[in-house]
Design a protein around this ligand. Structure first.
Ligand SMILES: Cc1cc2nc3c(=O)[nH]c(=O)nc-3n(C[C@H](O)[C@H](O)[C@H](O)COP(=O)(O)OP(=O)(O)OC[C@H]3O[C@@H](n4cnc5c(N)ncnc54)[C@H](O)[C@@H]3O)c2cc1C
Length: 152
C-alpha cells in the first residue's frame, strides 16, 4: 500500500456538493496529519499482511515511521516498509533514510499533460506555501553552504 497525504481540496469539495455527499476534506491540516500517522500505526501493526510505501515529505511522519518500525522489532532494511519522496524534493530525507539503511525510493511522475497537470499544480501549490517544501529546502541548502564556507 502506498500512503500519501493531501487532497485536491477545491475539486473534492465541488464534486461532493454535486453528488450530494459530505465534503471529505479534513477541517485542518493537523487532522490530516493525525490521520496519516494513524494509518502508519495501523499498517505497521499489520505488516504481516500489509506492506507499506510511505510517500511523504513530512519529516515528523517519516521519523514516526522509523520509531514504529523499531518498536515493532522491524530492521531498517525490512522489505515490507519503504519510504519514497518525489524526484527533486526532500533529498535531505531520502539521503539520510537511505544512509541509515531504510529502503528509500525517488519517485518520478510522468504522463500526458492533461493527466499530470492537476498533479503538478498541487505540487506547485505545496512548494510555494510559506511553510512549504521549498522554503524548508532552501533553508537547509543555505545552512549547508554556510557550513561549507565556514570550513574553508
Ligand atoms: C512517493 C510519492 C508518491 C505520491 N503519489 C501520489 C499519487 O499517486 N497521487 C497523489 O494525488 N499524490 C501523490 N503524492 C503526493 C502526496 O499526496 C502529497 O500531496 C505530498 O506528498 C504532500 O504531502 P506530504 O506528506 O509530503 O507533506 P505535508 O506538507 O505534510 O502535507 C501537505 C499536504 O497536506 C494537504 N492538506 C493540507 N490541509 C488539508 C486538509 N484540511 N485536508 C486534506 N488535506 C490537506 C495538502 O493538500 C498537501 O497536499 C505522492 C507523494 C510522494 C512523495
Amino acid at each position: 500500500m502506498k500512503l500519501v497525504r493531501g487532497a485536491y481540496m477545491e475539486k473534492e469539495a465541488r464534486v461532493a456538493q454535486q453528488r450530494g455527499y459530505k465534503n471529505p476534506i479534513n477541517p485542518t491540516k493537523q487532522a490530516t496529519d493525525d490521520l496519516y500517522n494513524e494509518a502508519l500505526r495501523y499498517t505497521v501493526a499489520h505488516v504481516d499482511r500489509i506492506s507499506l510505501c510511505a510517500g511523504t515529505h513530512n519529516e515528523a511522519s517519516s521519523l514516526l515511521l522509523t520509531q514504529l518500525m523499531a518498536q515493532a522489532g522491524l530492521a531498517p532494511g525490512d522489505e515490507r516498509v519503504w519510504f519514497a519522496q518525489l524526484y527533486g524534493m526532500s533529498d535531505n530525507l531520502s539521503y539520510n533514510l537511505a544512509h541509515a539503511g531504510y529502503h528509500t525510493a525517488k519517485y518520478v511522475p510522468y504522463g500526458p499533460v492533461e493527466a499530470v497537470m492537476p498533479y503538478l499544480l498541487r505540487r506547485a501549490n505545496e512548494n510555494t506555501a510559506i511553510a512549504g517544501q521549498s522554503s524548508r529546502e532552501f533553508l537547509l541548502i543555505q545552512n549547508e553552504l554556510r557550513r561549507r564556507q565556514g570550513k574553508k
